[in-house]
Design a protein around this ligand. Structure first.
Ligand SMILES: Nc1nc2c(ncn2[C@@H]2O[C@H](COP(=O)(O)OP(=O)(O)OP(=O)(O)O)[C@@H](O)[C@H]2O)c(=O)[nH]1
Length: 320
């Protein structure tokens, strides 16, 4: 494994602020994209299909005057399957101990029952300040953004009225980077005065294994999201140094299982003569290599785990 040494910053100013920030919002509102845009590195997985973010993945912003630890939560939604229920529990747990919450609402969709559901949850679950972030402002004209800001303000007054509505409302685009600095400043204001919580250089405190699983999942879903809606789980079984390698030419064996629900899905993942599996490997390999800081041999196996989304035993085994 890569053993870079991370160092804690000691020259921080007296009024340095550090703390945890969690993004919440319906699926697909741009939470992962915003996390990536803020942290500046790919730490969470984005897609144009909802609910790809299954794990809580953190990115850390190391700034001159602050350190912001971003906790990217899965889309909070009404639970339909057991998996959904577990995701919601995870969201509740995450919200219980963050310093600031950023509630994302897209500029290009009217506020709906899903947003209200989340706002009500926030009112009940947390005392932390809630900043409303109006996302994807590049997709609509200015007057539409203005209208959405008013609607969001009204939502805050109605549901979080007891605490004076949303702590702030900030329009942003994670694609054009518009207003990201403004959002950062607003977040910092709400963090406690505290020394840095994490050493410099660290982009994620999730195990590298989880990041690797996400990369492979993303590569595997590329182009086949329609056929494999939420039926793919990736488990990294082991990462071990290959024996008998010269010291200056190490190689890591990365052994991975991809779990699908049905044999038809297995066929889709593997592709004709293994062609898709090869493709998945070539997309994922360079990214994994970068994370581990070493050449790798990527060993991908596809297995069927029936109805894993509804089976508690399988869910435990797959780490949900
Ligand atoms: N034009 C535009 N598109 C965006 C922006 N932010 C996100 N998107 C797109 O919106 C889609 C969903 O973004 P994600 O970041 O995956 O959304 P999410 O809220 O993390 O979704 P879940 O993981 O399902 O909860 C992707 O196709 C993004 O490329 C933005 O600022 N502008």
């Amino acid at each position: 494994m890569n053993t870079e040494a991370f160092t804690f910053r000691t020259d921080y100013p007296e009024d340095f602020r550090s703390g945890f920030l969690s993004f919440v919002g319906r699926p697909n509102v741009g939470k992962s994209t915003l996390t990536n845009a803020l942290v500046g590195q790919k730490v969470a997985i984005t897609s144009n299909k909802p609910q790809t973010t299954r794990h809580t993945i953190r990115g850390i912003m190391h700034l001159e005057k602050a350190q912001i630890v971003l906790v990217d939560t899965p889309g909070l939604h009404r639970p339909r399957t057991l998996l959904g229920q577990r995701l919601n529990d995870l969201v509740a747990e995450t919200l219980a101990d963050v310093d600031v919450i950023a509630f994302c609402i897209p500029a290009n969709e009217k506020i709906g029952p899903g947003d209200r559901f989340i706002a009500e949850h926030l009112a009940n679950l947390t005392q932390a300040p809630v900043i409303a972030v109006v996302t994807k402002i590049d997709t609509v004209k200015k007057p539409v953004v203005a209208e959405q800001l008013m609607a969001v303000h009204a939502l805050g007054e109605e549901i979080l009225g007891e605490r004076g509505g949303f702590a702030d409302i900030v329009p942003v685009s994670a694609v054009t980077d518009e207003q990201l600095n403004a959002l950062t400043d607003v977040i910092i204001e709400r963090l406690p005065v505290s020394p840095p919580l994490y050493p410099e250089g660290e982009i994620s405190d999730e195990s590298k294994t989880k990041m690797i699983a996400e990369i492979i999942r993303e590569a595997a879903l590329e182009g086949v999201r329609e056929e494999l809606p939420h039926s793919l789980a990736v488990v990294v079984d082991e990462i071990v140094p290959r024996e008998d390698r010269p010291e200056d030419k190490p190689l890591l064996d990365v052994r991975v299982h991809l779990f699908v629900e049905r044999s038809s899905q297995k066929g889709i993942i593997i592709g004709k003569g293994g062609s898709r599996l090869k493709e998945i490997g070539s997309v994922a390999r360079p990214q994994i290599r970068e994370i581990l800081g070493s050449p790798i041999y990527l060993d991908l196996h596809v297995k069927i785990a029936k109805d894993w989304q509804r089976d508690p035993k399988q869910l435990d085994r797959l780490g949900f």
